[in-house]
Ligand binder design. Structure first.
Ligand code: ADP
Ligand code: MG
Length: 205
């Protein structure tokens, strides 16, 4: 934590880590504090993330916050209200690199931008625009989950199915948190059958 004694300015905070590490919980916590202080808050997420609800961001322990789903990052600039002080963005990894420009523009206008997203995909590779967002952010929090195999600190999201697209939306029916030692990016690909049969989208959590 540092105290800025210079000119008033906006900034970018990034909350990253694997699935189940509490990114959305932490995002909701920060947004609620801002609301208590009567700051106008707006939250956006990519409409591809339709788990739980399309009008909410939701954590795996079922905390929720109303949001606006957008098909592309540039819509955030069109939709943002004049009096908004704090902008929350969840699942930032699903946007293209325009999200970096959008966050920069908002911060340059004096807004506080808080973006949460997966830093790594199911192969352990940097996910979409996250590396660039992390590079331009003023503040970064890299969270860990608990490894479902050994109980260590988990920084990776293990996909449990054979699906090979980078973007496959799901929760514990498709993914689990793993540490570096227990993470196996080839696990789904080498299985004869799906390790788990994902349920239809409507019943996903
Ligand atoms: P994220 O947004 O990073 O996916 P969430 O904020 O949605 O994470 O959910 C965090 C919650 O997930 C935890 O508080 C806990 O209840 C639950 N959870 C499920 N599996 C794990 C795990 N392996 N390690 C830690 N938390 C887990
Ligand atoms: Mg989340």
């Amino acid at each position: 934590m540092y105290i800025n004694q210079g000119r008033p300015t906006g900034w970018i905070e990034v909350i990253c880590g694997p699935m189940f590490s509490g990114k959305t919980e932490e995002l909701i916590r920060r947004l609620r504090l801002a609301q208590i202080a009567k700051q106008k808050v707006e939250i956006f997420k990519p409409s591809v993330d339709n788990r739980y609800s399309s009008e909410h961001i939701a954590s795996h322990n079922d905390q929720r916050f109303t949001c606006t789903p957008v098909t592309e990052a540039s819509k955030i600039l069109e939709l943002i209200g004049d009096h908004t002080r704090v902008v929350g963005i969840d699942e930032a990894q699903f946007f293209d690199k325009t999200i970096v420009t959008v966050c920069q523009k908002l911060a340059n206008r004096g807004l506080r931008v808080i973006a949460a997203g997966l830093d790594q995909d199911y192969l352990g590779a940097p996910f979409g625009p996250m590396p660039e967002l992390l590079a331009v952010a003023e503040s970064i929090l890299k969270l860990k989950a608990i490894c479902m195999v050994c109980g260590g600190l988990a920084g990776r999201s293990q996909r449990l199915t054979r699906e090979t697209s980078q973007v496959v939306v799901g929760a514990s029916e498709r993914y689990e948190a793993r540490c570096r030692a227990c993470f196996d990016p080839d696990m789904g690909a080498s299985a004869e059958q799906p390790l788990f049969s994902p349920e239809p989208a409507s019943s996903k959590k």
